[in-house]
Design a protein around this ligand. Structure first.
Ligand code: ATP
Length: 237
């Protein structure tokens, strides 16, 4: 459903992505992991067309995304830090998004309800706490029921109860057959939410396999332990 073929990206002299190829499919949820600066957000932004790749290609549902925009309706994106017009009220933001996306079929307002965002519709974006801003970003990502969800550090900054709500929602959508790509540094969250691991290191793909296979190969039952074991092994190769 998303095919990434040998993509490279450099910012000036800095090679940030160095020949990444991946095939991402529906019904799977992928943990995109790697040290700070390894290129995770750059891959996500390349899929979204927010970063223009230097070479290679990306296809979403068979369509080459270069110079295309319509495909983005198929993707719900929750950014690491959501940036919204400061003076806009939460309610106005949702209205605006619904107006822009008039013909997008059934809305999924479950997170608006679970996070009780309707009670906050009159609050202006610049007055929101970091966690509330995250809830708005999450609710927007799921709102148009997209077949693909890309979530950049989705649980960061959320209170423990909201984290559980969001994790339940992610699992529900995965089980409904959606394609989910998640970056996070919280291994226990990824262990619960994801089926496949993509490990990046300095812009290169070091490991990409089902998590079950990783656990079998390493003999560890926890993702964090299994991952460190594979990293040590790869560094020794
Ligand atoms: N617009 C830009 N201009 C120049 N360099 C950039 C730009 N965007 C990202 N970089 C650099 O690209 C590298 C990869 O950044 P990226 O944000 O993709 O990493 P990441 O794996 O998501 O990191 P983190 O875990 O810290 O979020 C970093 O060295 C970063 O400084």
């Amino acid at each position: 459903m998303i095919t990434i073929d040998n993509i490279k990206k450099n910012f000036g002299a800095l090679q940030v992505l160095d020949g990444i190829s991946l095939s991402l499919n529906r019904g799977h949820s992928y943990a995109l992991i790697g040290p700070n600066g390894s290129g995770k957000t750059t891959i996500i932004k390349s899929i979204l067309g927010l970063v223009v790749i230097s070479s290679g290609s990306i296809h979403v549902e068979g369509e080459d995304i270069s110079r295309q925009w319509a495909y983005r309706e198929k993707i719900g994106y929750m950014p690491q830090i959501g940036r919204y017009p400061d003076n806009m009220k939460i309610g106005q933001l949702f209205d605006m998004m619904m107006n822009i996306r008039k013909n997008s079929g059934t809305l999924d307002e479950e997170l608006i309800e679970t996070f009780r965002l309707r009670d906050l519709f009159d609050k202006r974006m610049h007055t929101l706490s970091g966690g509330t801003r995250q809830k708005v970003s999450a609710a927007l990502a799921f709102l148009f029921n997209p077949p693909i969800l890309i979530l950049d550090e989705p649980t960061a900054g959320l209170d423990p109860v909201s984290v559980e709500f969001l994790k339940d929602k992610i699992l529900k959508e995965k089980n409904a057959g959606k394609l989910i790509l998640i970056t996070s540094h919280i291994m226990s969250d990824l262990d619960e939410l994801t089926t496949d691991l993509i490990y990046l290191y300095e812009g290169k793909l070091l490991y990409s396999n089902p998590i079950k296979q990783l656990k079998r190969e390493t003999g560890h039952d926890k993702l964090g332990k299994a991952l460190s074991s594979i990293i040590i092994q790869t560094q020794n190769d």
